[in-house]
Design a protein. Structure first.
Length: 270
């Protein structure tokens, strides 16, 4: 009963603590939203004040520029009239100069458009170069993992070769001992030894062939298992890379959406 009461108290305390943390987080989020709104209002007010000052300065500059332009127009018309009266012969030259000036003024807009297009193209090229660098880094990491796996497989192969060499050496030593035993007893029982030697050699060849077949079968099974493990590792790595690529694309899309929303809000504020 006490244990049950303790468990109920712990559960109630846990739920109360979760509700308290949720309420505290909600209060903090409300405070953060109020602070963010106040900060945005302050920024908007500062921007509006700067805009009003800038408009006043522009208006004053416009009045000064308009008066100066009128004076310049009067002076320019007077000078043009004097030039027209004095230098009437150079009318065609002045017309060609005016046409060249008009062409330069007409080319300003295409130049601005081309410059914007060039900036966009350079931004795209930089994005492509960044993606290529990211792909190369991924390939380098995959190559390092493959190298570690290859070194591990080579060490395993060397161990298997050492074991097989030891078995061959033990078999050779046994065969040498057995041949020495046969040479010692060849004098007494030559015929029986020959028959027994023939029978035993046949048995040994059969056993050795069986052992060799079994060893080849085990080696093939071991190689096949290693190939299966390599294929499984590659499939798992490819699957992880596909999931990671999908995740990166989703993150990039969300980031672009957030940037678009921020730009839209900024545009609305302006």
């Amino acid at each position: 009963r006490c244990f049950y009461d303790q468990k109920i108290l712990l559960k109630a305390f846990g739920e109360w603590r979760e509700q308290w943390t949720v309420g505290r987080e909600r209060k903090l989020s409300l405070r953060a939203d109020n602070h963010y709104r106040h900060f945005l209002h302050n920024l908007i007010f500062k921007a509006w004040r700067a805009y009003v000052c800038q408009q006043q300065e522009k208006r004053n500059k416009y009045y000064v520029a308009e008066s100066y332009a009128k004076m310049q127009k009067l002076l320019r018309t007077w000078q043009c009239w004097l030039v027209y009266v004095d230098v009437q012969r150079t009318k065609h030259g002045m017309q060609s100069v005016a046409l060249a000036f008009r062409e330069r003024s007409c080319l300003r807009i295409p130049w601005a458009v081309w410059r914007r297009h060039y900036q966009d193209c350079t931004g795209r090229k930089m994005n492509i170069l960044a993606l290529q660098h990211w792909a190369q880094s991924l390939q380098f990491r995959a190559w390092l993992q493959w190298r570690e796996l290859y070194l591990y497989i080579q060490n395993d192969k060397q161990e298997t070769r050492a074991v097989t060499h030891h078995q061959h050496w033990e078999l050779k030593r046994c065969m040498e001992a057995w041949l020495g035993y046969l040479n010692l007893h060849r004098v007494k029982k030559h015929q029986n030894v020959l028959a027994q030697e023939h029978h035993q050699s046949r048995i040994v060849r059969q056993c050795f062939s069986d052992w060799r077949l079994s060893w080849e079968r085990r080696r093939r099974m071991h190689d096949h298992q290693k190939d299966i493990e390599k294929l499984a590792a590659r499939i798992a790595l490819r699957r992880v890379f596909a999931h990671w690529k999908h995740y990166v694309l989703c993150v990039e899309e969300t980031r672009q959406c957030e940037l678009a929303e921020k730009h839209h809000r900024r545009h609305l504020l302006v």
